[in-house]
Design a binder for this molecule. Structure first.
Ligand SMILES: NC(=O)c1ccc[n+]([C@@H]2O[C@H](COP(=O)([O-])OP(=O)(O)OC[C@H]3O[C@@H](n4cnc5c(N)ncnc54)[C@H](O)[C@@H]3O)[C@@H](O)[C@H]2O)c1
Length: 360
């Protein structure tokens, strides 16, 4: 069976994060990784390659998976019980297990005084996500969620274009993440795929959402395999997400509309993943004739900015090590994880209410 529908951003990353961590770090972060299924080996590979990290222990409940991993990393010790990693011999742990284990494992690690890097979504409820945020603050430990795309070159570039004011007023964020893929056991398509787009939206728009409405359908099994989610903000800004495990082709596309310029981000494009269109609408009011509203379309040039090609997960893991060693707050900290979980939870509630808006 093909493995998860949830794929590595094929994009790139902000290399400066890694560069800073290398320059600043004098100590070494002793890291353990829990979960080496589909995604865990990518986390293991990256922590193993970061200069100021020492990958010490890998844990998986499945011994066959551990055997396969240990052949690649013979110097690393292996464990089948995650509790063994909380004995004080490690500074940090990365949790790459199914979602239902994120909260109990992150909680145990923070209580043991460790820094925590946890896969997306941070937990399966806002109550547990909030608890982890408070615990990390109390213990003064870094809590970082792997919102991998936030560390990718295309998303970083789009953020700098928005911050420069090039788009003008933000009008909408519209994303499609669909393919034919594996049904997850403990997560529907909203909790599996939407964390990527919701975290991208959270990072790019930097606005507080006011309400979420969603509809979803169950065609096979007992979990939603497709969903349409809408996030409302104060004013006319709107965000929409389409996630689907039943599509014949893979699409990873986001359109961001602005009053001055618009962006199309296609993560599957081999080159020119981000395209900025100098297109828009201008509205004039004709006072001479009963205040008629005149709409004009502006169609200017398109340009594709240069994108940093560093692996996003390398930047994410390096950033985590940097934050843990230097006492800095991660870009995708527990608060960011909580913001994403709140939206997913509200979407789930709205689906149960046939699309009625859930206020945040
Ligand atoms: N950031 C990304 O781009 C990205 C991509 C894919 C998956 N993920 C996330 O990574 C996490 C794992 O997803 P996956 O697709 O690798 O799942 P998976 O099922 O392939 O792997 C999970 C692994 O955890 C192990 N495991 C389960 N319970 C355990 C326990 N109690 N103790 C120790 N090991 C245990 C399993 O044996 C398995 O090897 C999920 O949270 C998922 O959302 C993130």
């Amino acid at each position: 069976m093909p493995k998860s529908t949830d794929t590595t951003p094929s994009g790139t990353v902000a290399a400066e994060t890694a560069a800073t961590s290398r320059a600043d770090a004098e100590q070494t972060l002793r890291v353990g990784v829990i979960g080496c299924g589909y995604w865990g080996p990518n986390i293991i590979r990256n922590f193993a390659s970061i200069e100021n990290c020492e990958l010490r222990t890998i844990c998986d409940a499945d011994e066959d998976r551990l055997d396969a991993i240990q052949r690649r990393y013979p110097a690393v010790s292996v464990e089948t019980d995650a509790a063994a990693l909380m004995d004080g011999s490690l500074d940090a742990v990365a949790i790459c297990t199914p979602i239902r284990f994120h909260y109990p494992m992150a909680k145990a690690a923070l209580e043991a005084g460790m820094h925590v890097f946890v896969e997306k979504p941070m937990t399966d409820s806002s109550a547990t996500a909030r608890e982890l945020v408070e615990l990390a603050a109390d213990k003064k430990r870094a809590l970082m969620v792997d919102h991998t795309f936030v560390y990718s070159g295309p998303v970083r570039k789009i953020r700098s274009i928005i911050d420069d004011g090039q788009l003008g007023d933000l009008l909408y964020f519209d994303s499609v993440r669909i393919n034919l893929g594996l049904f997850q056991q403990d997560a529907n398509v909203v909790w599996d795929l939407a964390p990527h787009d919701v975290s991208i939206m959270d990072y790019l728009l930097q606005r507080e959402p006011k309400g979420v409405s969603a509809i979803g359908s169950v065609h096979f099994g007992d979990q939603e395999d497709m969903a349409y989610m809408t996030v409302r903000f104060d004013g006319p800004l709107l965000a929409h997400f389409h996630v689907n495990w039943l599509a014949p082709v893979k699409i990873r596309k986001t359109v961001i509309g602005g009053s001055q310029q618009m962006i199309v981000y296609d993560d599957l494009e081999p080159t020119d993943r981000v395209k900025v269109y100098d297109k828009g609408v201008s509205v004039n009011v004709d006072d001479s004739e009963r205040r008629r509203v005149l709409i004009d379309y502006r169609t200017g040039d398109m340009f594709a900015p240069k994108i940093d090609k560093t692996e996003p997960l390398f930047a994410a893991c390096s950033h985590f090590a940097d934050c843990a060693l230097n006492g800095n707050t991660p870009l995708t900290d527990g608060e960011a994880g909580l913001r994403v979980v709140r939206i997913l939870e509200a979407a789930q509630e709205s689906i149960a209410k046939s699309g009625a808006e859930v206020t945040l």
